[in-house]
Design a binder for this molecule. Sequence first.
Ligand code: GLU
Length: 288
Amino acid sequence: MTPVFRFAPSPNGELHLGHALSAILNHDMARETNGRFLLRIEDIDPQRCRPEFETLIFEDLRWLGLDWEEPVRRQSEHVDVYRDALERLRGMGVVYPAFLSRAEVKRRVADREAQGGDWPRDPDGTPLYPTEERDLDPAVAAARIEAGERHLWRLDMERALARLGSEKLAWLETGAAAPEHIPADPSLWGDVALWRWDAPSSYHLSVVVDDALQGVTHVVRGRDLYWSTPVHRLLQRLLDLPAPTYLHHRLLTDESGQKLSKSLQSTGLRALGQAGGTPSDIRRRIGL
Ligand code: GLU
């Protein structure tokens, strides 16, 4: 089977050295294995993504000397496909409409914590969404939606996991000397949002649908997405999608040890190029 790699940036800022590491690793691994290299634009969030950034992504990647297959998949053009996946999950009874605002959840967390109680948090430190709406009467929920009440669709983690029975989720991580099966516990994230009111689909839903549709066999991405993989494995199982292998690569940090951010002038690919840096300098700087 031909290996298929992809680089999947979101056009919400300029590319920096961290993106270069991901893109070059995918590109080079595809070349070394006679595989394919795809570029996917993850522009599902209209609040944060801009076409200008997409143009810069193409220019910067070409400048680095990378080439990819055309046409490039742009997520904003495939919302119907993600909606179908959501509908399938709805059909299984593992998603529900969630009406509590972020402010309301925040208030409850603050109240609980002020009384000395604990509120469970996800691996990013964000409080888990309360679970009480899982059992909202469907007719009541439908009426609230009909009345135009703002809501998003969340995965009922308990029901979703119950569908797997005694099966234990895991993924194959290939970064180390020997590939390793990593146990996946998606319940760390609670009832994750799959469809938002302010952006169609979520990162989690669209990424698993697209990786499967595009036949991606190897997901090579930053370590910051390591803990998202349990959610991806769960969605793949529910939607009956194949599991790629995963490699979560090291993250680059700046001089002060902070994770690179899009605003850092000293690490942006464009700024580095304008200051006279060459693609080989970039490879050297990121240790390739
Ligand atoms: N679009 C995601 C990002 O820019 C990457 C998604 C992935 O590689 O799975 O962080």
